[in-house]
Design a protein around this ligand. Structure first.
Ligand SMILES: [Zn+2]
Length: 322
């Protein structure tokens, strides 16, 4: 089965400022009295680094993934009040080089915060000169994607004809769970639907498909917005304890938006912390590969062709990849 992982992350050294992991480090330290945040911080920072993407591609090989769409996230000053060692423009160059080093295996995105002066020029250069294939991941934190100030970047994406990937999971950054399930949360899919109506030419991926409580809302909101698709990254987190529910949700998504708008994705990160034995990717591809049999076990029907559409064909078509 041809797998395209439509949402994953590869990081170079110095792309993430220490402030990004501060909360995670504090959470780790709070669990035992002899722990201090500075004991874990260097491990968190270095554990995601893959300087040339080779380790990440080995992970893909182990899981049977042919192609991955790689996200860049601007986690610098506009969000964390601190710039990373490596600036945004140098990061774009890294992703352009990564894509060239792994032709047909890795396709990279440019993510530049719209509150950064010159962000439109940086993104235009990344797509036109660097050959990057999309914009993202956009993680709305302190703004909504429906905001007027965000619109120029989205018009640029529509003009360039590249998709934009927008985070629609309750939590952001290292606070994955989140706590605000109302529409006041800027990552609620309702904001994406508003944007999609304002810029109907724009192709949008709703990353994580509204995990965990907005899954049905996400699909309903985009049902009549044909340029929007769902990526099912993070849903593998429910695999171990709720396979029946996951199968039922896939069937509901299919009913609401059509099988052709459901994209396999993992949110897999790079680096030693997520590679080799620690990679969850093989379980996730295995689930989709066996979807027809597993669905039958839970009283639902998925054909092999539908499983193949989710696995890779939908992403290839949406991104016009060979
Ligand atoms: Zn995300």
């Amino acid at each position: 089965m041809d797998f395209v992982d439509s949402h994953a992350h590869v990081w170079g050294a110095g792309f993430v400022p220490p402030a990004f992991f501060t909360r995670a480090a504090e959470g780790w330290a709070a669990k035992a009295p002899d722990r201090r945040p500075d004991m874990i911080l260097p491990k968190l920072l270095s554990g995601i680094v893959d300087p040339d993407g080779d380790q990440f591609v080995a992970n893909m090989d182990a899981a049977g993934v042919a192609t991955s769409l790689i996200m860049m996230i601007d986690v610098g000053a506009p969000v964390f009040g601190e710039e990373p060692e490596v600036g945004v423009e140098a990061q774009i160059d890294y992703y352009a080089a990564l894509q060239k080093r792994h032709p047909g295996r890795l396709y990279c995105h440019a993510g530049v915060d719209h509150r950064r002066p010159g962000h439109l020029d940086m993104v235009r250069r990344a797509i036109r000169d660097g050959g990057l294939v999309g914009i993202g991941e956009i993680t709305p934190d302190g703004f909504s994607v429906a905001d007027e100030a965000f619109r120029p970047l989205m018009r640029l994406a529509a003009d360039l004809g590249v998709p934009v990937q927008i985070h629609t999971r309750t939590g952001v950054w290292t606070e994955f769970a989140g706590f605000d399930f109302s529409e006041a949360n800027p990552v609620h899919p309702v904001h994406v639907a508003r944007l999609a109506r304002e810029v109907p030419d724009l192709k949008i991926v709703l990353c994580h498909a509204g995990f965990p409580h907005w899954w049905q809302r996400a699909a309903e909101l985009i049902a009549d917005l044909p340029n929007c698709v769902l990526d099912i990254s993070n849903w593998n987190e429910t695999l171990g304890h709720d396979e029946a529910e996951l199968v039922a949700r896939l069937a509901t998504w299919r009913g609401l938006v059509g099988i052709e708008r459901i994209l396999f994705a993992s949110d897999q990160a790079s680096g030693a912390r997520f590679s080799g034995e620690r990679s969850e990717l093989p379980h996730w591809t295995g689930f989709i590969r066996d979807l027809p049999a597993r669905a039958a076990r839970w009283g639902t029907r998925f054909t092999p062709a539908e499983a193949a559409a989710i696995a890779g064909a939908n992403a290839r078509r949406f991104y016009s990849l060979a």
